[in-house]
Design a protein around this ligand. Structure first.
Ligand code: CA2
Length: 157
């Protein structure tokens, strides 16, 4: 059975593509979702994409994910920098978590440079725009698809 990935998106990510393209690019969240669907299929994963502006809704989705999904990819938007509640839910869910950001948060305002949820993440990908979600799916496949990492061809020089 294909490994199931839940991709959670936090506040304002529904606005992608409409404003601030110099920071977040021109892709909409629907564009990113469509690309992820294709990439997931090629990697032998299934993907479910969700977005909410409400912190509690994101926490509920994380709590419900156990048993329904095999890994979480999370762009928590601004809650990244504020939410102990989301951190606690991610720590408790028992699933591998990959944190993603479109922008390189380390090059931005000081308050964006700290992530509460990073403590719960296997790894953090930031600064590659929508492509970062594809990288996160690759990372999830390496973690979940048996034999995938082992069978990767070694480069011979
Ligand atoms: O770089 C990221 O992916 C962020 O998670 C995006 C968040 C921001 O608060 C984080 O610091 C970094 C913002 C979400 C998108 O906000 C928009 C606002 C207006 C127009 C388009 C997007």
């Amino acid at each position: 059975m294909a490994s199931r990935i839940l991709v959670l998106n936090g506040p304002n990510l529904n606005l992608l593509g409409s404003r601030e393209p110099h920071i977040y690019g021109r892709e909409t969240l629907a564009d990113i979702e469509a690309t992820c669907r294709k990439r997931a299929r090629a990697l032998g994963l299934t993907v479910e994409f969700r977005q909410s502006n409400a912190e509690g809704r994101l926490v509920d989705w994380v709590q419900e994910a156990r048993g329904q999904f095999d890994a979480l990819i999370v762009n928590a938007g601004a809650y990244t920098h504020t939410s102990v509640a989301l951190l606690d839910a991610l720590l408790a869910c028992g699933l591998p978590v990959i944190e993603v950001h479109l922008s390189n948060i380390h090059q931005r305002d000081e308050f964006r440079q700290h992530s509460y949820i990073a403590r719960a993440a296997k790894g953090v990908i930031c600064g590659f725009g929508g492509k970062g979600y594809e990288f996160a799916l690759e990372a999830a496949a390496d973690l979940l698809v048996p034999g995938r990492k082992k069978n990767k061809k070694k480069k011979t020089t």
